[in-house]
Each structure stands twice: as C-alpha cells, then as structure tokens.
Design a protein around this ligand. Structure first.
Ligand SMILES: Cc1cc2nc3c(=O)[nH]c(=O)nc-3n(C[C@H](O)[C@H](O)[C@H](O)COP(=O)(O)OP(=O)(O)OC[C@H]3O[C@@H](n4cnc5c(N)ncnc54)[C@H](O)[C@@H]3O)c2cc1C
Length: 587
C-alpha cells in the first residue's frame, strides 16, 4: 500500500461544508458540478496521487536535483510523472477549457491540490505557478499574449517561474534592481540577477516562461516603480513554437534543508544585453499583477500545510496502531499499541484536529472565490473579495506554522524511528520548514493582516466574519456544546480589533503583536470550522456512528486543548511591546 491514501470521506464532507457556508450551494450555473462529479474527480486524483506521485516523494528527497554544465536535471521519474500529470489534464483542472483546461471550479480543484501536496510537495511546486501565472495572463495579458502563452502553459508544454526575489530584495520587493530597457519594437531588454526561483530551470517541459519583476529606466523608487514582464527561456517564433535561446542562464541551484526534488535556481538575465521580455499589463503596475499569482501561491502554500499535516497523520496513526510498547495505564491489561496511551492519542488528535479545521478553512476560501466569480451583484462580490483577502494571510501563515508543529509531532509519535531517515517522516519536517518563509514570511502575513486587511477598512471585513460566526452558533443543534465558546472567543477578537483601529501605525505593540494576533484568529477560524463539522456529525451520527462520533470528539479535543490558547495569544498581543521595547541588541 502507498504511504498516502487520499482521505476522500473527509474531503467530500468538507467540500459540502464549504459549499453550504459560502452560499455556493444555492448558486445557479454550477448544477453540473454535483456530488457525483466531485466524487469521480477526487477518486481519480486520489489514485494518481497515491499510485504515481507518492512513490516518487522519497526518491526526490534522496536523489535531489542536479546542476551540471549549466543544466538542471530533476530526480529520476520526475519527467515521466510530469508527462502523465499533464496528459491526464491535471495541470489545467481549474483553468479555462478555451485554452486547454477543464474549467472546473476551485472548490473541486482545492482538495485535488491537497492530494498532490500530501503525496509529493517538491514535485508539484510547478502547479500553483502555472495556475497563478495563467490567471495573471487572463487578467492582464493582451489578446495576443493570451493566445501565445495560455494554451502551452495550461496543457503543461511550458511551465511558469515566478522571478521576484533578488539578493537585496526578499520581503521588501520595493528594493529590487533588475532593469527593463524599452526597445523600439515594444519589447524590453531585461538585465539583473534573481535568486531562489522555483523551477526556474528544469528538464521537464519544452519552455519556461519567467514572470519577472523589473524596473524601467524612469520608474519611481520603491514598489510603485515595478513592472511585470514575460521572459521565455526560449524565444517564441512566429509559429508559436520555442526557438532560439533567450539571454538568460541558470547559474546554480541551492542545496536546501528540504524540498530536494524541487529545483531552486539562481537566474542571470541579460548577461549579453539581449534578454527579451514583454510587458504584462502596464508599466509600474507590476506588483498589482503579480499579486494575482502571489495570492494563488499563498493559498496553495496554506494547502501545503494541510497536505503535509495529513501525510504526517496517516503515517503516525498507522505506526501508533502497530508499535507495541508499555501497558495500557487507563484500561489495564497487557502490553499495548502506543496509540492507546492517552498522551500518544493526544498527539494524534492534535494533528488531525488542526488538519480538519484548516482543511475546512482552505476549502471555504476556494468556494468563496468561486462565489465571487459567479455572483451578479457588485456589492456581494466586493464583500466576498474582502473576506477572501482577510482569510488569505491567516490561512497561509497559520497553516504553515502548524505544518511545522505537526511534522514535529509526527516524529514524536514515531520516537527514535522518527528521527532516523529510513521511516521517511523526517522529510516532512524538512519539507515543511520553508512553507512559513516563501510566498511571504509569517511576519509579513501578520503585517498584511493587521495593517492592510484590518486597519485599512476599520476592521469591517473581520467584524463581518465574527458576526457570521456568532450567527452560525445560533443555528447549532441543541446537542452541539461549542456555540458559547465560539461566541466568547469571537468577542475577545472583536475587542482586539478596537485596539488595532485605535493604535497608531508605528505603535510598537501593534508591530510586535501581529503574529500572536494572527495565531488567535487562525485558531478561532479552525474552531469555527470544527464546530460546524461537529454539528453535521451530530445530525448524521446514525449514518456512520463511529466516523461521526470521532468528528465530534475531534472538535471536543480542539476546544479543550487548543481554543484556550486564543485568550493567551490575545493577552500577548495587548502587551506585545513588553521586553521588545527595553531590550537593546549588543553587537
Ligand atoms: C525553497 C525556496 C523557494 C523559493 N521560491 C521562490 C520563487 O519561486 N520566486 C521568488 O521570487 N522567490 C522565491 N523564494 C524566495 C522567498 O520568497 C523569500 O526567501 C522570502 O520572501 C523571504 O525573503 P528573504 O529570504 O530575503 O528574507 P528577509 O526578507 O531578509 O526576511 C528575514 C526575516 O526578517 C523578517 N522581515 C523582513 N522584513 C520585515 C518587515 N518589514 N517587517 C517584519 N519582519 C520583516 C522576515 O519575516 C524574516 O523573518 C524562495 C525561497 C526558497 C528558500
């Protein structure tokens, strides 16, 4: 049996929950995407994830990518798996059929993505880049650019690389220095160095479209002077096929803690002053366009947290049910499998409850995106977009921070066998470590949340969300005990919004307290999702008693072990200048 099996029952349940909570279930025009279609797609994807991708995960980790004679070679089996992935149509699942995709809504694509991420994160890093890159072109590309790039990207003949980071410009993209010099024919010559570019070079596709952020000569300083360019590895001929090499080279790949199978490249553009690029959108509006990709990548990153957590849970549970050690202190009897030690059960539930809460949140965001696309009402679209924008940094940062904890807990369940490499769970910890860093670190997500998503609208989007949580609790089944706890914690977050609104932007407490505040909100959102799942479980218990009782127990666990931390995070948030204000670093 493969090390990963898609958790189809949980996924279907939470897709249903997301459809209901987003209001998408009542939306016209989506009737064809019924539960039969969802199950068929998820089942097929599950087979591909466990049959083709999961077996390559340890190969990628052990063999890694190679860089020789200026060329990047992916691990054994990668090329073939990529071909199969594209031929099966997985690349363009949620992209327009007009350009070779399958036009499925995001609420179906999200659980499918989760499967790829659980099965083989390093391999599938190209996927969010293709999805986000295509969305940039759909929003900002000219008709010609759409014709030129979309079909090859969506069918996987070409891949996309996102080239933002430079040695002196990481979190602060306003500091980037790559240049774009306009030519007479409307194209640009690109010159500069980018680092850490995922799949910036590889051997799996016939071309790579680099989406590069650069500055034109008279651009204003900072983030207002950044433009976006499509820079193909091979220039595209009049027949639409890749032709001669463009003037860009991969100068090396990184030796990393994890994600060994995903090439992380340094790229030099324009060493011979002949690197062709074409503007996407308008000059100096590049960050706005790139945010389409970055938001996509941030959601995908949050799903990485869910996927890695699920992969860890499956292995930890299987091991804990097999490994015999000690005797059962509660029920008595002889030697027992470690899963029956209450402390091991605690660890397993800590992983599974975070995964289920975060999965509910991730699927909900996907359904909200679909709803925002389908609604005819401008006001409703605006409200939905504000909700998505609010939840994106919370999901990205909270899910990836938890992924690191969950990977550590998985190793803990394995004991010494977790620390040695042969069981493969140490890879989860190494792969998870980057997820809180790329696509904007946790600190940057917290800033985005506090300043752009809360303070900028006076907290309106968050106050709406808190009101909805309260309203949901009013509908809870009489046997659902979680409503009062949710309302109490929502109210505590509401008080924190008042503090955020009244504090000055330069307040030390606000700047130091963003992450604790985000932790509190992340936990509240997961608690909300788990309480809603428990509500369904209470109503459906007779259908499958063990499964649904377990789901209720999971919510019970979360409210007992995790929800009490919300108050602690909010206390920290209120006093977050303590220590930071007085301490002086001594070089
Ligand atoms: C494996 C891997 C893949 C990657 N893939 C890509 C890719 O495909 N394309 C791409 O362009 N980049 C990519 N990156 C780069 C990645 O996005 C950056 O590493 C990340 O944005 C952080 O930038 P930095 O490393 O320069 O860290 P820094 O910006 O130097 O940050 C260091 C620390 O300082 C904190 N910090 C910085 N500024 C602030 C601030 N204003 N307020 C509060 N805290 C702050 C950060 O939170 C962090 O803790 C990748 C990196 C890796 C390692």
């Amino acid at each position: 049996m493969s090390v990963y099996q898609a958790p189809l029952r949980d996924m279907q349940l939470l897709v249903e929950q997301a459809l209901h909570k987003s209001g998408l279930a009542n939306c016209s025009g989506l009737e064809e995407f019924d539960s039969d279609l969802v199950s068929a797609v998820l089942e097929e994807a599950g087979k591909f994830a466990s049959g083709e991708l999961a077996p390559l995960n340890t190969v990628g980790d052990a063999e890694g990518c190679r860089f020789e004679n200026g060329r990047v070679t992916t691990p054994p089996g990668w090329k073939d798996a990529y071909r199969q992935f594209c031929e099966a149509g997985w690349m363009g699942l949620a992209l327009p059929a007009e350009y070779g995709g399958q036009s499925l809504p995001k609420f179906i694509a999200q659980p499918v993505n989760e499967m790829w991420l659980s099965a083989n994160l390093a391999f599938v890093m190209f996927h969010a880049l293709a999805q986000g890159g295509s969305e940039i072109l759909l929003h900002f590309g000219t008709d010609e650019q759409k014709q030129r790039y979309l079909e090859p990207i969506i069918t996987g003949r070409w891949t996309v690389a996102m080239a933002l980071t430079e040695p002196g410009a990481g979190s602060d993209l306003g500091a980037l220095t790559t240049k774009a010099i306009p030519g007479r024919d409307g194209s640009y010559l690109i010159k500069g160095q980018k680092i850490y570019i995922t799949y910036g070079d590889h051997d799996m596709a016939e071309n790579i479209v680099h989406l590069v952020l650069a500055r034109t000569p008279d651009a204003p300083a900072g983030s207002r002077g950044i433009s976006l360019f499509a820079v193909p590895k091979f220039r595209i001929g009049n027949d639409g096929r890749p032709g001669e090499s463009n003037d860009l080279v991969c100068t090396g790949i990184e030796h990393k803690t994890g994600l060994h199978g995903s090439p992380t490249c340094s790229i030099s553009y324009g060493d011979n002053d002949n690197c062709y690029g074409e503007l996407i959108g308008h000059e100096n509006r590049g960050l706005e366009a790139m945010f389409v990709l970055m938001n996509e990548a941030r959601l995908s990153c949050g799903m990485q947290g869910v996927g890695l957590g699920e992969a860890g849970f499956q292995r930890a549970q299987a091991y804990a049910l097999e490994r015999i050690q000690g005797t059962d202190a509660v029920n008595g009897g002889g030697r027992t499998a470690i899963a029956h030690h209450p402390d091991v059960a605690r660890m397993l539930l800590s992983i599974r409850s975070e995964v289920m809460g975060l999965r509910g949140l991730g699927y909900l965001i996907a359904a909200l995106i679909d709803k925002a696309e389908h609604t005819d009402h401008a006001d409703e679209r605006k409200t939905l977009q504000a909700r998505i924008a609010l939840l994106t940094p919370v999901f990205k940062a909270y899910a990836t921070e938890k992924a690191n904890l969950m990977a550590g807990t998985t190793i803990q369940v394995f004991g010494g066998m977790g620390f040695v490499e042969e069981t493969g769970v140490a890879q989860l910890m190494r792969d998870a470590r980057i997820t809180t860093i790329y696509e904007g670190t946790t600190g940057i997500q917290a800033r985005d949340l506090v300043f752009r998503k809360i303070k900028a609208d006076g907290g309106e989007a968050l106050l709406h969300l808190l009101a909805e949580i309260d309203q949901d609790t009013e509908q809870f089944h009489a046997d659902n005990p979680f409503g009062p706890h949710l309302r109490q914690n929502a109210s505590a977050v509401r008080q924190a919004v008042e503090i955020i609104n009244s504090a000055a932007n330069h307040s030390l407490a606000l700047n130091a307290g963003g992450v604790p505040f985000l932790e509190a909100l992340g936990k509240l959102c997961c608690a909300w999702q788990l309480a809603c799942t428990a509500n369904t479980a209470i109503k459906r218990e007779h259908e499958n008693p063990q499964y649904y009782r377990n789901l209720r127990a999971l919510a019970d666990y979360y409210f007992a072990f995790t929800v009490p931390h919300i108050a602690a995070h909010l206390t920290t948030f209120r006093h977050a200048d303590r220590g930071v204000a007085e301490y002086r670093f001594e070089p």
